[in-house]
Design a protein around this ligand. Structure first.
Ligand code: 1GP
Length: 249
């Protein structure tokens, strides 16, 4: 088993919750990037995710910069095949299972599969499930798919379990970056009870209380991006909160 996925499994087995800081190269450059890196040196999350639904800047250069400055595991979170970079430790090989657009379920994968395999990078097949976050998300717009209504927890669970049976290794419940409403705890709980895979939750998380509520409900890894784009100093608060949460367990 490759090392990034093993890290997730080992932490999960030890009942340790994880936090990922999501950086979009388009939104994090110059002084903002320098300030973010400076915080990330002292407040170290479990992972740095790099990507976005519609990212135009080079992931290669961005990841090179991060590598020079931090030792954190870097995971690509690509919006499409063009964002693929050989520089990260791993790539979430996302299939948008909540939608019915073949391009984002398998098309982009075919475009990038041979290059990913040749590069030797660790690809982690991930069931990516978009849930209504109370406003139209970039994922919804770019993928031309509809999110699952956030009160339809059985549909979310059935979608997640379909991903598990198809051999995917992670499930990512996504409310969309900057969502008004994060994934409801009832949905997280329902999915985590019926699923054997590690569960990632992201989209619209703005407070440490929301993060710990997601952990309590069964999320193994919480992803936060939007909030830190304007308030990067809050990374420290969230990393410390996750650390204390794990110490209490
Ligand atoms: C987005 O789940 C991630 O794809 C994180 O969401 O940017 O709202 O924190 P935010």
């Amino acid at each position: 088993m490759r090392s990034t996925y093993r890290k997730i499994l080992l932490k999960r087995e030890a009942n340790r919750k994880m936090i990922a800081v999501l950086l979009d190269p388009d939104k994090c450059s110059g002084g903002v990037l320098a300030a973010t890196i400076s915080v990330l040196k002292t407040s170290v999350p479990d992972f740095i995710f790099v990507g976005g639904s519609h990212t135009l800047s080079s992931s290669d250069l961005f990841i090179d910069l991060l590598r020079e400055e931090t030792k954190t595991t870097i995971v690509q979170f690509p919006g499409n095949a063009s964002q693929f970079s050989t520089k990260a430790d791993a790539i979430l090989y996302l299939s948008l299972l909540s939608g019915r657009n073949a391009e984002f379920m398998i098309g982009q994968h075919i475009t990038s599969s041979v290059a990913i395999k040749k590069s030797g990078i660790e690809a982690i097949p991930t069931a990516y499930i978009l849930i209504d976050g109370g406003k139209p998300s970039s994922v919804e717009y770019i993928s031309n798919t509809r999110p699952i209504p956030n009160d339809k927890k059985d549909i979310v669970l059935s979608t997640a379990v379909a991903g598990e049976l198809l051999g995917m290794r992670l499930v990512y419940l996504e409310a969309g970056s900057g969502a008004n409403t994060a994934v409801p705890v009832e949905v997280i709980e329902h999915v985590s009870m019926g699923l054997s895979l590690p569960l990632i939750v992201g989209g619209g998380i703005k407070t440490t209380e929301q993060m710990t509520a997601a952990f309590d409900a069964g999320a193994d890894l919480v992803v936060i991006g939007n909030l830190f784009e304007t308030e990067m100093n809050k990374i420290a608060q969230f990393v410390e909160c996750a650390r204390m949460y794990n110490e209490q367990e």
